[in-house]
Write a protein that binds this ligand. Structure first.
Ligand SMILES: Cc1ncc(COP(=O)(O)O)c(C=O)c1O
Length: 384
């Protein structure tokens, strides 16, 4: 088979493998999916249905997205991210993922190095590999709730370093990188002329006294940041495939050159749904957040009982956490997850899926009903 080296080097996703295995069993308790289990709010569905009925959804839109949607995003970025912008600095994308992929394709040449504080969302690693770039995984400090290691990031910079790519709030660790640390990242980027590419998918899901900070709000960073966002998590719109990115107006046309061959434009029906999401009540975001706070607390309480098996950092954001597997059985997270599935019917994601620094961990997702968490932990308590 004539398959490119670029694609051949990509390893099979451990997440999809666990999903495939989970389907072989009945009545599995799922803690392995990072997608909201609540449905899309009705008013968003209605906005899409109305656009279909009006005959607005059959053609392509502008490559960068419907102007009406971008106008609404301009307002949202000002209100929630302190980013002052205009529609020429926005690109509507097929979820955050296509935006990130286009951003990486637009900035990375073969052999360029991209620093990824890790463990990190495995898709980011793959996006760098597909662009023939080199992912440089810089460990987070686990003992400080997976904090950014600023010195390690500085030390990882070489003449080939082109970008730093991070997600905060983090998948898989649930960490929220504080403003102070992100300002240090900004300084490093400016000193070394690096691009910072952000994934802010979980921007609204931050707990306790933590705050989400968008590095794109720092005026000096204007030409050094590409910020990506999505409707997937905030409005439970996983299947609509709709997100957007923000960058300087000179950078957007370059990213568009990567966006067009992969997507032409984001799905138009979903763009209308997204307009509905931004126009309508934002209460759903608060409701989701309140639910995740409850389920986070429940998951932590249940983990406390299993303190011989796991240690953990309390997630500050997202709806994910990354407990460490204690003892010998932590040496192989894939074997651990598989055994847990086969013998206790609990589906988790092996930590190695998030890079080598993720080994000895599992990722657990709390974007599920409380009953699912209780079911999974009842089983684990019996099992261990
Ligand atoms: C950090 C992160 N970014 C992006 C995505 C996917 O975003 P989208 O559906 O907008 O492509 C996910 C989904 O799990 C995620 O965890």
């Amino acid at each position: 088979m004539n398959i490119s080296k670029r694609v051949k080097q990509i390893e099979k996703s451990a997440i999809h493998e666990m999903t495939r295995l989970s389907k072989q069993y009945d009545d599995v308790a799922f803690l392995s999916w990072a997608k909201p289990t609540s449905g899309t709010p009705k008013h968003i569905d209605e906005a899409a249905i109305s656009a279909i009925k009006k005959g607005l959804t059959g053609g392509y839109s502008q490559n960068d997205g419907l102007p009406e949607l971008r106008e609404k995003i301009v307002k949202k970025l000002k209100r929630d991210n302190n980013i002052k912008t205009n529609i020429s600095e926005l690109l509507v994308t097929v979820g955050a993922i296509e935006g990130l992929a286009a951003a990486v394709m637009a900035t990375i040449d073969p052999g360029d190095e991209v620093i990824l504080p890790s463990p990190t969302y495995s898709t980011h690693i793959r996006q760098v590999q597909i662009a023939s770039g080199k992912p440089v995984l810089v460990p987070l400090i686990e003992d400080e709730n997976f904090a950014l290691d600023i010195d390690a990031i500085k030390n990882a910079i070489t003449p080939r370093t082109k970008a730093i790519l991070y997600c905060s709030p983090s998948n898989p660790t649930g960490t929220v990188f504080p403003e102070e640390k992100l300002r240090q990242i900004a300084e490093i980027a400016l000193e070394n002329n690096l691009m910072v590419i952000t994934d802010e998918a979980y921007e609204y899901f931050v707990f306790d006294d933590k705050k989400h900070f968008s590095i794109g709000s720092i005026p000096e960073m204007k030409k050094n940041v590409i910020s990506t966002f999505t409707f997937t998590k905030s409005y439970a719109m996983t299947g609509w495939r709709i997100g957007y990115l923000h960058a300087d107006e000179e950078i957007i046309p370059q990213i568009k050159k990567a966006h067009i061959p992969f997507a032409i434009c984001a799905p138009v029906v979903s763009q209308y749904a997204a307009i509905g999401a931004l126009k309508g009540s934002q209460d759903c975001i608060t409701e989701f957040k309140e639910h995740y706070l409850k389920t986070r607390n429940l998951m932590c309480e249940r983990l406390d009982i299993l303190d011989q098996v796991f240690s953990y950092n309390k997630p500050e954001g997202s709806y994910l956490m990354f407990p460490k597997i204690l003892g010998e059985q932590g040496k192989d997270s894939i074997a651990f997850s598989k055994k847990l599935l086969q013998e206790a019917k609990v589906s988790t994601t092996p930590g190695i899926a998030f890079g080598p620094t993720g080994e000895s961990h599992i990722r657990l997702s709390f974007c599920v009903p409380e009953s699912m968490i209780n079911k999974a932990f009842d089983r684990m308590e019996k099992y261990f």
